[in-house]
Ligand binder design. Structure first.
Ligand code: GLN
Length: 288
């Protein structure tokens, strides 16, 4: 791109460059330019005749070309909003997805119901494979009196989740390094939630779009993607209080298999809930 060039022209050119690789090329261009100029997207429209500085333009061009290679926007800006919370992200973790908000909604409703039944208790929640901390922090934002434990087996994820926790100032979340339940000893929980890896390694979805840049350890599980869900369902029983809930996210075609895993492990009242796209995305059950 040539200098000088207005914000408006910058956005038009970048949109064109990104249109082949992204379904949201205009939005991508706006997010990247807003990030470089440290403003919000509305500001870009108000000041569309302004000319970015040569440094800003150079940084923008670099980001646009990385985006052209497929790098996800969230990894370029290092941030992603989830449940209206600004979260830092890194290539060591999954980028939080809108679909996962249904898991938060379901867990929130369960926690609130348990809280009403036990008004004097602090509801205890465990988030397994927390990544950025998205689920634990979203729950903490809604449940200030709950005690929430967030664990991950990847040290970089633990570090990032703790950074996000500290930035948001949530004192009721504890972030721990743990391979599923390995560091969870005596404490028992009212609700255990998880968005574990659940994609089959042969799934062609792994070769398309943003997911190619995300850590496979957070995406892929053996046994048609079900191995980690099986492990969690089997072990969560020992870590749940009587009448405690297990609640996991899974692929849109896995609901029946996941309900089977829950039932085989003795959970009762097992049911699935749909995401915004109308697909079964979350399965929950009460420890039997
Ligand atoms: N839902 C994500 C995807 O399809 C995967 C999330 C996960 O494996 N936990 O890309």
């Amino acid at each position: 791109m040539n200098n000088p060039i207005t914000i408006k022209a910058c956005l038009q050119q970048a949109q064109l460059l990104l249109s082949d690789i992204s379904d949201s090329s205009r939005l991508d261009a706006e997010v990247l330019l807003a990030f470089v100029m440290q403003k919000n997207r509305t500001w870009l429209y108000t000041w569309s005749d302004k000319i970015p500085s040569p440094d800003q333009l150079q940084q923008f061009n670099q980001l646009v070309s990385q985006r052209q290679q497929g790098t996800p926007i969230a990894y370029l800006t290092g941030e992603k909003e989830f449940w209206s919370l600004p979260l830092q992200v890194s290539p060591a973790t999954l980028i939080p997805r809108g679909d996962t908000e249904i898991l938060v909604e379901v867990a929130l409703e369960l926690a609130q119901t348990l809280q009403q039944k036990n008004p004097q208790e602090h509801i205890r929640i465990l988030d397994l494979g927390t990544g950025t901390g998205a689920i634990a922090l979203a729950l903490a934002s809604e449940l200030p009196t709950a005690n929430i434990t967030a664990v991950d087996k990847m040290p970089q994820a633990v570090e990032l989740a703790e950074k996000n926790r500290a930035a948001l100032g949530f004192k009721n979340v504890t972030v721990l390094h743990s391979d599923w339940f390995s560091a969870i000893t005596l404490q028992k929980f009212h609700v255990i939630v998880s968005n574990p890896p659940y994609i089959d390694e042969q799934d062609p979805h792994l070769k398309q779009g943003d997911v190619r840049f995300e850590p496979l350890t957070a995406l892929v599980a053996p046994n048609q993607g079900l191995a980690d869900i099986q492990h969690i369902a089997e072990h969560a029983k020992q870590h749940l209080l009587p009448n405690g809930f297990l609640c996991v996210e899974h692929g849109w075609q896995q609901a029946e298999a996941v309900r089977g895993v829950f039932e085989k492990n003795g959970y009762v009242g097992v049911r699935s809930e749909k995401d915004n796209g109308g697909n079964d995305r979350v399965t929950l059950g009460v420890v039997g």
